[in-house]
Design a protein around this ligand. Sequence first.
Ligand code: PGA
Length: 234
Amino acid sequence: MIIALNNKCNLSKDEFVLYEKELSALEYSTSRLILFPSFTNIALHNLPLIALGAQNVSKTEKGAYTGEIAASQLKSFDVTYCLVGHSERRNKYYETSLDTNEKIRNLLSQNIIPILCVGESKGERESNQALGTIERQIATALDGLTEEEKGKIIIAYEPVWSIGTGLIPTLDEISEVLSHIKRLSPGCKTLYGGSANEENIIELRNCPLIDGYLLGGLSLKPLKLQQFITEAEK
Ligand code: PGA
């Protein structure tokens, strides 16, 4: 099972060093942990058993692009995974599905595994448009890729209305979306993200289509994270 830890825009240099000390005490057996620190903390990552991810990547390769970080630069820091199309990028920084397609191509050219985030808004869920939205996000993001390339991509279902709100969809709703995603992109691994915590994992773990979790808030609380992992592995 994949446990992806998205620190978002948190942790100063000193805080990150302390945080990794706490993470080093985590006990787990069947999980594969991937940490997504802020760019400023990537070079400080020092836990060989926890894979390194980035929260974003430039849609261009290196060159005159002030403020951007290219996939080849991430590769030089041994980054092996990268989030693409997180709803905070889409909604607060106007990232489009076309952008996600360019980012995915750059990552694959560097052998970095993209974790494509998709999900519907509250309004789209309420008006029965969740599956259509997700289908469009995936179709554009994966457009033009070979079947082999598509097979490398992990897709995280993160309902926008669930992120950081304490609300989660029902297991039936999650299963419906994940089985749709697996039909659109056969063989891909699927994660669930959005307010997953040490309590609702007892319900979430009953969904066999969930291959792992993308954790935001919980990634910053090592004690609760330990409880989550212990329950998820049961
Ligand atoms: P959350 O965030 O776990 O804090 O809801 C998940 C995410 O944004 O990836």
